[in-house]
Design a protein around this ligand. Structure first.
Ligand SMILES: [Zn+2]
Length: 428
């Protein structure tokens, strides 16, 4: 029975282990043969079920930009992601708690996951690590990383936590395992993520090893705080770090799998290119499949169409990524063209006279209007809000159908076939 999320009891004593939702994840079907790690399942939360595998759209600042909550749900999404770092700075988690928690504040009554703020805060300290980790430095469609804004800078990184200057008003702020969990408890989200040190790609193995060990100490502190203070229905994701090092990743998987977390996220540097990323994910899910087969697995910050297909094959249950919504606002829409990385830039001059549809055969609400690429080009070129809204709707619908198709294929025992068709450019 869902507990009222508006009233999380922050002063409660540690709750008995028996009250914790030990079996929050139900696996309904698994992939065939070589794809046996893939699974279709359901994560049960206080705000309803999440059908997996699935993609989690970003509601970074308490809104999926340009869309209403009901529209996001109608596209087929069960869950959205709020950003701990941004929301604690603006408008502030205490204000959101005053409004009854993040669900009530933003008008979304389905499940919400919040990240820990670790990625954003360490992006400040490591310069452009945010771009580097995702291998997308300088590419069109990237918003500035948090650390590049005026005022924002890291003051110190210590065992206790990270001190930094707010990009909002320059005030001195502090984020630690405990404060991250406290913010997420105040937001009242269904799924919280532990605070970790997000290490950049181009650091030495030795640094990565020490950083990963700190992440494990912080994991323990997060879980201890959560058990004493967080709402009983809030599930916790531990995070696997370890950079691009096979042994560090496997060891991190074992530590996190053996911890008291309810689910596991794979984070940090996944390498310099896609093949290396797939390798890191492969090591990780292989180890997790042995050590914690019944805990949901989340891949942080990954969402290209080919990455979603490969991730599902490797046994990832949920993904989040800024890509579909962010590129939409920059004028790019998803199309079933693998050679073009599944995207077309409608701001390019060649589309000005085009009477082609946005995406031929797409059943999404944006395409249903029958607008031409020429019209979309005009809207997006001039940053008209309607253009951004239509592109956002289309891109999220494209990703939602991709994930729904993969889920159906696992249930029907034809994942290999579905993956091959998507890779060949079939419209999802
Ligand atoms: Zn469409």
């Amino acid at each position: 029975m869902p507990v009222d999320p508006a009233a999380p009891s922050l002063d409660a004593p540690p709750r008995p282990a028996a009250e914790r939702p030990r079996r929050a994840f139900r696996i309904e079907a698994t992939g065939e043969d070589d794809l046996h790690r893939a699974r279709a399942g359901v994560i049960e939360t206080a705000h309803g079920p999440i059908r997996t595998p699935t993609f989690v759209p970003l509601a970074t600042k308490a809104t999926v930009r340009t869309l209403l909550p009901a529209e996001v749900a109608e596209l087929g999404f069960d869950i959205v992601l709020g950003n701990t770092f941004h929301l604690m700075l603006q408008p502030g988690h205490e204000l959101i708690r005053h409004h009854g928690g993040l669900h009530r504040f933003m008008g979304w009554d389905g499940p919400i996951i919040t990240d820990s703020g670790g990625f954003q805060v360490f992006s400040m300290g490591h310069g452009t690590v945010a771009d580097e980790i995702k291998g997308r430095r300088g590419r069109k469609g990237q918003d500035a990383p948090a650390g590049s804004r005026s005022h924002a800078r890291i003051e110190s990184i210590e065992e206790e936590g990270v001190a930094f200057r707010s990009y909002v008003d320059g005030s001195r702020r502090f984020l630690s395992p405990e404060t991250s969990m406290e913010v997420q408890a105040a937001l009242g989200t269904d799924l919280a993520v532990v605070f970790d040190e997000c290490t950049p790609f181009n650091v030495e193995r030795d640094y990565t090893a020490r950083s990963t060990e700190r992440t494990h100490r912080w994991l323990e502190r997060c879980l201890t705080w959560h058990e004493r203070h967080a709402p009983g229905w809030q599930l916790v994701y531990g995070i696997v770090q370890g950079g691009v090092y096979d042994d560090l990743r496997r060891e991190a998987c074992q530590v996190v799998a053996a911890s008291r977390c309810d689910a596991i996220a794979i984070g940090g540097s996944l390498g310099a290119h896609k093949d290396q990323m797939y390798e890191v994910v492969d090591w990780s899910t292989a180890e997790l499949h042995r050590a914690a087969p019944d805990k949901p697995r989340h891949l942080l910050g990954i969402g290209d169409i080919d990455d979603l297909v490969r991730g599902v094959e490797l046994g990832i249950d949920t993904f989040d990524c800024a890509m579909p919504t962010r590129i939409a606002r920059h004028g790019m829409v998803l199309v079933p063209e693998p050679d073009r990385r599944w995207r077309v830039d409608l701001t390019q001059a060649r589309w000005a006279t085009s009477d082609e549809p946005l995406c031929d055969g797409c059943p999404c609400p944006a395409c249903a209007h029958g607008f031409t690429r020429g019209y979309l080009h005009y809207l997006l070129r001039h940053r008209e809000l309607t253009g951004m809204r239509l592109a956002t709707q289309h891109n999220l619908a494209f990703v939602a159908r991709t994930m729904a198709g993969l889920r159906r294929a696992i249930v029907d025992g034809r994942l290999a076939e579905e993956a091959a068709e998507l890779r060949a450019g079939r419209l999802p």
